[in-house]
Design a binder for this molecule. Structure first.
Ligand SMILES: [Zn+2]
Length: 164
């Protein structure tokens, strides 16, 4: 996982929110606005150099989706995580398995699906899931040249306030 440096919110998303500022619009509403949805996808892909925010798999038309780091089911009228640009990440879906355009919600993906687009259910991201927007500068893993294993660097994790 690499730190994602987000560019400014696409103007299409900003305009969409302004246009519907007196209504609560969900992600499913936004997806039907193709110009806004495409602007989001293009900007996310550019910001992430065409890679999944979590596993760094290359993204293309048939394996990409938009993840909301804080699950959409946590949205409230006061805080709409669905339309929050800082909450959106481009992620992978199973290659050739399902097209994002056809995906109404991630419930259609089985839990053991080999991709980063699995449903989070009621899991609220905490210290166990690193946010690619907030990765510390420290290197959090150590590579062992003896056995080839990659392990958490406990000292770096403690310094970065990440529990191991
Ligand atoms: Zn992925």
């Amino acid at each position: 996982m690499k730190k994602v440096l987000k560019s400014a919110e696409p103007k299409e998303l900003q305009q969409y929110r302004q246009r519907f500022s007196f209504q609560v619009k969900r992600w499913s509403d936004l997806k039907s606005n193709r110009a806004t949805f495409n602007a989001i996808r293009i900007t996310l892909a550019a910001d992430q150099k065409g890679l999944c925010a979590y596993c760094e798999m290359s993204l293309h038309d048939k394996n990409r989706s938009v993840d909301h780091f804080i699950p959409r089911n946590q949205s409230t009228p006061e805080k709409n995580h669905d339309l929050d640009w800082q909450n959106m990440l481009a992620i992978c879906l199973p290659p050739g398995g399902v097209k994002d355009d056809d995906l109404q919600n991630s419930q259609q993906l089985p839990h053991n699906s080999p991709c980063c687009g699995k449903k989070k259910d009621d899991f609220i991201p905490d210290g166990r899931l690193l946010n690619p927007l907030e990765l510390p500068k420290l290197r959090l893993f150590k590579f062992s040249s003896k056995d080839g294993e990659i392990r958490p660097d406990e000292m770096a994790c403690i310094e970065a306030n990440i529990s191991v």
